[in-house]
Design a protein around this ligand. Structure first.
Ligand code: PLP
Ligand code: TYF
Length: 394
């Protein structure tokens, strides 16, 4: 039986991780996989996470199963952090999932169950796993223009023109903040135009939010999501705690499904529970419990927010340093977009050939689509990268 299997396409981001590991050059710089690293190149366990884990170890009296949707206190805490009362709680069904990816997968399956005709519109480009999971489930994908290769900002005209093709059967997938892989984001005014179009067409928005707190701050990064839930009758949200709590391997995510009327919430919740049961029964609990512990303890929450803010400001400073260095070396403003982008990533907007040249010549690793993880830099490597970019003729 197993001999029938064919080789599967590799994840290019994870492939790059392996290539970096095997590069013997001591000066190598990893701008590949989206994992936060501090100036020492370490992905730290956040202070509040350590403290919460100590508390859990001391106080937890049982590891019996939670519910199919996970611990309700986790959903409450996350909904509060993300939506801050923007919508009535009784319109929201929610289920804990293994990571943001688990939430995305369950959301796509829910879409398929609710409407087998639904197509999912995704930004071009988007996180490759969106495309690969949709393809795996056999859901039709439609790409909408998103990134302008010239300005390295959002091609908003193109995006709106392409979204004009949605029907009431369709779903529009949007990145809540910190777009992966480009770093280019909509303004709130542009979000409002997208919302107006969604309401005019009667389609359903789905928001993937994996970087709340990495862009403009914990509240600002949620502003678009809050605006959507206030303005549109039904919304799906896939949230991840991997980045903002630094608990990547604990697999901590939440799927939220907002119904138009509270009377639909119980059936929606039942379907989320059903999907969890079909896929893995109960979701992982440790990461969710760490998040709940932090968000419900004022001291831990304050310390977590302070550390997250430090993280965010550190990445912002690197962006500004890189943009300034490139301005100096290239004698032009054409790299100013790097300081405008938000989140962990920026798409440099160059060819796979030049990305490879930069890797071969300088041991600097970025994804072949020229996505750079800004957190992979530090004050010493920024000038090295800037020189490599200019030397390569980007
Ligand atoms: N969505 C986007 C856009 C991401 O970049 C990530 C990255 O890690 C995720 C979702 C989900 O991450 P995880 O499954 O590790 O929580
Ligand atoms: O885009 C990234 O780098 C992160 C991490 O299959 C990641 O979202 C990369 C690949 C993958 C899962 C997560």
């Amino acid at each position: 039986m197993l001999t029938n299997l064919k080789e599967q396409p590799k994840d290019k981001i994870l492939g790059l991780m392996a290539m970096y590991r095997d590069d013997p050059r001591p000066t190598k710089v990893d701008l590949g996989v989206g994992v936060y690293k501090n100036a020492e190149g370490v992905t730290p366990v956040m202070r509040a996470v350590k403290a919460a884990e100590r508390k859990i170890v001391q106080e937890q009296t049982s590891k019996a199963y939670t519910g199919l949707a996970g611990d309700p206190a986790y959903a409450d805490a996350m909904i509060d952090m993300l939506l801050a009362g923007a919508v009535e709680r009784d319109r929201l069904a929610a289920a804990a999932t293994p990571g943001g990816t688990g939430a995305i997968r369950q959301a796509f399956e829910l879409i398929q169950m609710a409407n087998p005709k639904a197509r999912v519109f995704v930004s071009d480009p988007t996180w490759p796993n969106h495309v690969s999971i949709l393809g795996y489930l056999g859901i039709e994908i439609v790409k909408y223009r998103y990134f302008d290769d010239e300005t390295r900002a959002v091609n908003f005209g193109g995006m709106m023109a392409d979204l004009a093709d949605v029907t009431s059967d369709d779903v529009v997938l949007l990145h809540g903040c910190c777009h992966n892989p480009t770093g280019a984001n909509l303004t709130l005014t542009q979000w409002q135009s997208v919302i107006d179009l969604i309401n005019e067409k009667g389609c359903t928005p789905m928001i993937d939010i994996a970087y709340q707190g990495f862009g403009d701050g914990l509240e600002d990064d949620a502003a678009a999501t809050r605006l959507v839930v206030q303005s549109v009758p039904e919304v799906l949200i896939a949230a991840s705690c991997s980045k903002n709590f630094g608990i990547y391997r604990e697999r901590t995510g939440l799927l939220i499904a907002m119904s138009e009327k509270a009377e639909n919430t119980a059936v929606t919740q039942g379907n989320l529970n059903h999907l969890n049961r079909q896929n893995f029964s109960f979701p992982p609990d440790h990461g969710a419990r760490v998040v709940t512990t932090i968000l419900t303890d004022p001291e831990l929450k304050a310390d977590w927010m302070a550390e997250l803010e430090e993280t965010r400001l550190g990445m912002l400073a690197l962006r500004e340093q890189l943009a300034a260095e490139l301005k100096r070396l290239s004698n032009s403003d054409r790299f100013g977009f790097l300081a405008q982008h938000r989140g962990m990533f920026s798409r440099l907007g160059t060819t796979p050939d030049l990305v490879e040249k930069i890797r071969v010549d300088n041991a600097i690793y970025m994804v072949s689509d020229s996505r750079m993880n800004i957190a992979g830099l530090n004050a010493q490597t920024v000038p090295v990268l800037a020189k490599a970019i200019v030397d390569a003729g980007v």
